[in-house]
Design a protein around this ligand. Structure first.
Ligand code: CA
Length: 231
């Protein structure tokens, strides 16, 4: 499972890819043009970027070189241009791999796994542990102090997004982008509602937090509770 930033202007292709990448277990945020792709790559710190070359605002190759100026994130270029010269140029510009359209979800999933393996970003241990909380990124199982916690899909994705960045304040906008694919739009209320459900399942409240701490006006942070905090 990887956090994938999908950059594709064709809405039909974007929707289809979004769905199939999620079916392969990835957490996917999608944007339709180059400038939002650059800010999302910086703000959301995806594990891998899947970049379509034909974009409405910027040439994909320009997006790639600008991205390389600010981030070392692995980039897989998706292109209809299957000529060797342009591929060599893209790899020189810093692409990690490429796929030629049309491609299948299985192909892109294999490329994503290969790129992550090469960049050393595969999770050998699929379990993220924060205090007594264990989030299994492969089986989707969550336990708290050894007890299983039943979470709905979005609750799980929200918890996972926070657990991957445990100790950091994650903005609601980032969460809307990562969990709901609504980085540019969407309501903080969506995050708040799921957060309150998550808190209830973890047996805590906003007023007496243990793991989930809201930082007013900034976002949310997942941390291990301090010894002696009320359970
Ligand atoms: Ca395109």
């Amino acid at each position: 499972m990887a956090r994938v930033l999908l950059v594709e202007d064709d809405a039909a292709i974007r929707t289809a890819l979004l769905r199939s990448l999620r079916d392969h277990g990835h957490v996917v945020a999608a944007v339709g043009s180059g400038m939002p792709a650059l800010s999302a790559a910086v703000e959301q710190k995806p594990d891998v970027v899947l970049l379509d070359l034909g974009l409405p605002d910027l040439d994909g190759a320009d997006v790639l070189s600008m991205l390389r100026g600010v981030s070392a994130v692995p980039v897989i270029v998706a292109t209809a241009r299957d000529d060797e010269a342009s591929m060599v140029r893209l790899l020189d510009l810093g692409a990690d791999d490429y796929v030629v359209k049309p491609f299948t979800a299985a192909q892109i999933d294999a490329r994503i796994r290969a790129v992550l393996r090469r960049s050393g970003k595969t999770e050998d241990d699929p379990v993220i542990a924060v205090g007594g909380l264990r989030v299994d990124t492969r089986s989707y199982e969550v336990t708290l102090d050894g007890r299983p916690i039943e979470l709905a899909r979005k609750e799980f994705e929200l918890l996972l997004a926070l657990a991957r960045r445990a100790g950091e304040v994650v903005t609601k906008r980032d969460l809307l982008g990562e969990v709901w694919q609504q980085a540019w739009g969407g309501s903080d209320r969506t995050v708040d509602v799921h957060l309150s459900w998550l808190r209830r399942k973890l047996g805590e409240t906003a007023a007496a937090p243990r793991y989930l701490h809201s930082v007013r006006g900034v976002g949310v942070k997942l941390v291990a509770p301090h010894e002696g905090d009320a359970a």
